[in-house]
Design a protein around this ligand. Structure first.
Ligand code: ADP
Ligand code: ADP
Length: 237
């Protein structure tokens, strides 16, 4: 059964100014993501990938169509229920978005606090999460003392704090060099295989998708132009 089911979803942004034109950022997109799968969404800048992520997260309302997560139509939830639903979804970003003022442990601990983990359990959980991403020895460093790849691993530890069922990765390796990219992709593979977390990976980098996605959809001008098993999409002419 589908973990995430996107059905005929369109999103039109209103004109930015009077006399401007509306932008149809996502056009009639349908795709299912199975539980425990890594789905890659690839496309050039402006293709609608980030918009699709924001729709899955209910950070933007759809213009038409609907999205089900675990069988629940999230587009018709009240905003309070949407916030609750969002807790089950971790996010990582191109620019990591870590808090500069907090240590590595502090960043993860803050996410645990937001997720409602009791104070007495936080330090042990922080340690567990940092060990999982291989940064047990960096707990007391500040993000700026870490490499880009290490910062993204903190981002992943933070995203796992609320024990999400889904991880959305928006250009998560685009700021990293190829070697560091591979490191982060291996970690995402462990997140998927060892924790059973469904991953939607958005990127403009074909190689990233080819490396770890089970299935891929290719977006162009808001629509899906190709979809299938990664192997087929990348080996067929
Ligand atoms: P991608 O992530 O593939 O680069 P986006 O989803 O960011 O694509 O953008 C798709 C289209 O929607 C682009 O034409 C972009 O300019 C437009 N767009 C994105 N966000 C907004 C917004 N908040 N308001 C208006 N237009 C937007
Ligand atoms: P910051 O000032 O960066 O937020 P703190 O030292 O105040 O960092 O720690 C905030 C929380 O982070 C602590 O309450 C604790 O739960 C967790 N924490 C801090 N250092 C560690 C560590 N070395 N190992 C595990 N957890 C830690």
């Amino acid at each position: 059964t589908a973990h995430i089911s996107i059905r005929e979803v369109s999103k039109t942004y209103p004109p930015a100014k009077r006399g401007g034109s509306a932008v149809e950022a996502v056009r009639s997109v349908s795709v299912d993501v199975a539980k425990g799968e890594i789905l890659g969404v690839v496309g050039y800048s402006g293709a609608g990938k980030s918009t699709l992520v924001r729709l899955i997260n209910a950070l933007e309302p759809v213009s038409s169509g609907y999205i089900e997560i675990d069988g629940v139509d999230i587009t018709s939830l009240k905003s309070r229920q949407q916030r609750e639903m969002r807790r089950g979804i971790g996010m990582i970003f191109q620019r990591f978005n870590l808090l500069r003022s907090r240590t590595v442990a502090g960043n993860v601990s803050y996410a645990l606090e937001v997720a409602g983990t009791p104070k007495a359990q936080r330090a042990a959980r922080v340690k567990e999460l940092l060990d999982f991403v291989g940064l047990g020895d960096k707990a007391d460093n500040h993000p700026e003392q870490l490499s880009g790849g290490q910062q993204q691993r903190v981002g992943i530890a933070r995203a796992l704090a609320a024990e999400p069922g889904i991880l959305l990765a928006d250009e998560a390796t685009s700021a990293l060099d190829p070697e560091t990219t591979d490191e982060v992709l291996s970690l995402l593979q462990r997140v998927n295989r060892e924790l059973g977390i469904t991953i939607v990976l958005i990127t403009h980098e074909m190689e990233v998708i080819a490396k770890i996605a089970d299935r891929v959809v290719v977006m162009e001008r808001g629509g899906i132009v190709e979809a299938g098993e990664t192997y087929d999409v990348f080996t067929n002419p």
